[in-house]
Write a protein that binds this ligand. Structure first.
Ligand code: FES
Length: 161
């Protein structure tokens, strides 16, 4: 009967040879480890940077005022704008101009103007306000914010006044 030389060596008390690739495998493991580290760092950067950016305030310092053309808001009319990252509406009423923030005072959802009912309704928890932004129903604890404005020539400058 013929015996395999390796088996014969192992059987003779010699330690079996390990074939794990030696230096080649060690280099490969190091490369794969470094590659995985790079991929992990890239992934952390892709997720982490936008996540951290979302924690920083949208604007620093005093927000820029919104500038509207008075010609676009005839008596009895309205217009929309954005100030400090939130929408607002301007109404040119008999009593004068009102600039009302559309940020719900409950949890900050954007309220919707319902012209037929002359109310602002919040779609989040069904809070509602009258046409002057006074909270009338649902969870909002306070009226909608009235924004300061000034008129300069033919421009209505809302916020930052
Ligand atoms: S956020 Fe407007 S009612 Fe809750």
């Amino acid at each position: 009967m013929e015996e395999n030389k390796d088996t014969a060596k192992a059987g003779a008390g010699a330690a079996p040879e390990e074939h794990h690739g030696g230096k080649f495998m060690a280099g490969r493991r190091a490369f794969l480890g470094a590659f995985a580290g790079c991929i992990g760092a890239l992934g952390a950067g892709l997720v982490g940077v936008p996540l951290l950016a979302s924690f920083t305030p949208v604007q620093r310092g005093k927000p820029e005022p919104a500038i509207l053309n008075l010609d676009d808001i005839p008596k009895g009319g309205s217009a929309r704008g954005v100030y400090a990252g939130y929408s607002f509406m301007v109404f040119n009423r008999k009593s004068g101009i009102e600039a009302i923030s559309l940020k719900c005072t409950h949890l900050g959802c954007t309220v919707k103007w319902e012209p037929a009912k002359q109310i602002f309704r919040c779609p989040c928890h069904d809070g509602w306000y009258n046409k002057h932004g006074v909270n009338k129903g649902g969870p909002p604890p306070a009226p909608l914010e009235h924004l300061a404005y000034k008129i300069v020539g033919s421009k209505l400058i809302v916020g930052g006044a």
